[in-house]
Design a protein around this ligand. Structure first.
Ligand code: PEP
Length: 242
């Protein structure tokens, strides 16, 4: 059986208790999408447990935005994979370009986090993507292959891993690659990962462009930032995947 499509919302450092209302609205859209689409919300760590609790009984998954590679210890400010599980998470985003940029995470760090996530039973959503300079230099496919080789450990399966192709230059900019560029990148990623692993596109997905992106070969859903914060924006993206 093929896995359902997946639309995941990355709330980044946005969301207070008051915004649980949006999550409930998104859960309604998720329920309407039924078994065809998995819906996942990744709020800030402070909102994980209350969101998981508010969404109990719904079919919307809740996930973290990062985890530490270690299980516990002297790592001030960090959250382990087991702690995400305690809070109700089933997935975790790893290797997001904002983590690579702001926290200097390299592929080896990310691979260790993927292992930590797997060891706690979390689904790792591994983000990869080229910078604008890398695309301009014609090295997009090389960069994607290098990132996959170095940050995805042996043992990836459709059950424990999702890959998100997120061109760095498309995140939060309102710019998206052409359908041909997404097709090329996703075909290359598909060739590098075990069969059946879901491939998401991420970077400035909106209600307006979602249908065209979802119609692209090898696109199994989306990782959505800004447009996942409000139910009125996220709902049509979920609907476009049905
Ligand atoms: C993201 O940060 O993963 C993302 C895709 O953001 P946006 O949709 O806002 O470009």
């Amino acid at each position: 059986m093929t896995a359902p499509k997946l639309v995941a919302g990355n709330w980044k450092m946005n969301g207070r208790m008051v915004h649980l209302e949006e999550a409930l609205g998104i859960a309604t859209a998720s329920a309407a999408a039924g078994d065809e689409v998995d819906v996942l919300l990744c709020p800030p760590a402070t909102l994980l447990a209350p969101m998981a609790s508010a969404l109990t009984g719904s079919n919307t998954f809740v996930g973290g935005q990062d985890c530490h590679a270690n299980q516990s210890g002297a790592h001030t400010g960090e959250v382990s994979a087991a702690m995400l599980v305690d809070a109700g998470a089933s997935h975790v985003i790893l290797g997001h370009s904002e983590r690579r940029r702001d926290h200097h995470e390299g592929s080896a760090d990310i691979a260790a986090k993927v292992q930590a996530a797997w060891s706690e039973g979390l689904v790792a959503i591994l983000c990869i993507g080229e910078t604008e300079a890398e695309r301009d230099a014609g090295s997009t496919l090389t960069v994607l292959a290098e990132q996959l080789s170095a940050s995805l450990p042996e043992g990836a399966t459709p059950e424990n891993t999702v890959i998100a192709y997120e061109p760095v230059w498309a995140i939060g900019t309102g710019r998206t690659p052409s359908v041909a560029q997404i097709t090329e990148a996703h075909a290359a990623i598909r060739a590098h990962v075990p069969a059946g692993i879901r491939l998401l596109y991420g970077g400035s997905v909106t209600p307006q462009n979602a249908a065209a992106i979802f119609a692209t070969d090898n696109v199994d859903g989306a990782l959505v930032g800004g447009a996942s914060l409000k139910a009125e924006d996220f709902t049509p993206i979920i609907d476009a995947l049905k």
